[in-house]
Design a protein around this ligand. Structure first.
Ligand code: NAP
Length: 345
């Protein structure tokens, strides 16, 4: 409905834009749900400015509306993003249309700037306080997918599994998941409760999840959510052109340019010229070839529009294989050994 109204109001330019973006499809989320989830998830970490860096107020409604207008139904957030502001923004957006959206949110770090140990971490006390806060900020009485944000290294997995199960039984959570957990712990949890989702970092310069996490997720049929598909913006190639962004901040989070990342961006630029797209769109199109759901981050409407155009790119098998090869990671023991001895049979 809002799609048609906007078309009438905004005229031909918007019609062209909307048609370009009207291509997102739904896929079943993992092997054990009937949940139709849009093939690209909108990440909400950049929605808000409480952390000092993020989307400004006037961009936020445009980003959310453009994602929904493109057919998107899946938003990833966390209590900690923008110290609770991202959940508040998502809550206001979904309130009149809650049934239309799948919301994944996370706990562990709390929404506070300096949380006490009793309200952060993965223990039951933190989990209970966190879910109540998230439900309030998201203006809803249930979370579609709930997960710890990372393994705190302290809380026994039995405590996490029992806590998550109790939230499902209480009707506050529909599906459970894990973000940033070692594969062996995730496997132990998946054999105890019906785990549904896994959230991991995965892109052309970060593929170490190929060693254990991807195989584990496939084995348990988890819906796999891949965060930072553009390596935080590095794979757009904008930094080599001198543009600013969160990687040029005084305390950048995560990615930096080096010889290996430069080589990958070189190849993205080459393939981008072949398919008449931008390097970041090719990077995202490659992530879309994985059997998973990329979570894109957008600080501006233009970022989102650029990203969604990746859905229109059809990389040929040679291009996909080339990107696979240049980004592959060494598997290490026991995989390297097994590759030699398993040939015998
Ligand atoms: N579970 C976890 O621990 C975890 C961790 C990280 C992220 N996540 C989730 O994943 C989501 C996405 O993560 P991410 O933001 O790292 O994803 P990303 O897609 O790798 O990076 C997004 C950033 O790339 C830059 N960018 C995007 N399109 C661009 C364009 N067309 N031109 C120039 N720059 C562009 C922007 O950076 P600038 O803002 O600097 O311009 C944007 O904020 C988050 O919102 C969150 O939901 C989860």
């Amino acid at each position: 409905m809002s799609f048609l109204i906007r078309l009438n109001l905004a005229g031909l330019d918007f019609i062209r834009l909307a048609e370009e973006l009207w291509s997102m499809k739904n896929k079943l989320f993992g092997k054990h749900t009937g949940l139709p989830a849009s093939e690209i998830i909108l990440g909400a970490a950049s929605l808000g400015e409480r952390r000092g860096y993020g989307a400004i107020a006037e961009e936020i409604p445009k980003i959310l509306a453009a994602y929904a207008d493109a057919g998107g139904n899946f938003i990833d957030v966390a209590d900690q993003y923008q110290f609770g502001e991202a959940e508040e923004i998502v809550g206001r957006f979904i309130e009149p249309q809650r049934h239309n959206f799948i919301i994944c949110t996370k706990y562990t770090r709390s929404s506070e700037r300096d949380p006490f140990p009793t309200n952060s971490g993965n223990h039951r006390k933190a989990m209970r306080q966190a879910i109540e806060g998230s439900l309030k900020r998201l203006k809803t009485d249930y979370i579609d997918i709930y997960m710890p944000h990372f393994d705190d290294g302290l809380t026994p997995i039995e405590e996490i599994t029992r806590g998550l199960e109790d939230l499902v039984k209480a009707g506050k959570v529909l599906y459970t998941g894990l973000a940033n957990f070692p594969a062996w712990k995730a496997a132990a949890i998946a054999t105890t409760i019906p785990l549904t989702a896994l959230q991991i970092e995965y892109n052309l310069v970060q593929r170490t999840a190929d060693r254990e996490l991807m195989g584990m997720a496939n084995h348990f049929g988890l819906g796999t959510m891949l965060y930072s598909p553009l390596a935080g913006g590095l794979l757009t190639g904008k930094y080599r052109k001198g543009s600013a962004g969160r990687l040029t901040l005084s305390s950048p989070d995560g990615y930096q340019e080096n010889a290996a990342t430069q080589a990958i961006i070189d190849q993205l630029e080459r393939i981008a010229a072949e398919v008449e797209a931008a390097p970041g769109q090719v990077a995202l199109a490659w992530v879309l070839t994985q059997n998973a759901f990329p979570i894109i981050g957008a600080r501006t409407l233009a970022h989102l529009q650029d990203g969604l155009k990746a859905l229109e790119i059809r990389l040929n098998p040679d291009q996909v294989a080339h990107l696979d090869n240049i980004s592959t990671v060494t598997m290490g023991y026991p995989h390297d050994l097994l590759r030699t001895v398993q040939k015998i049979y």
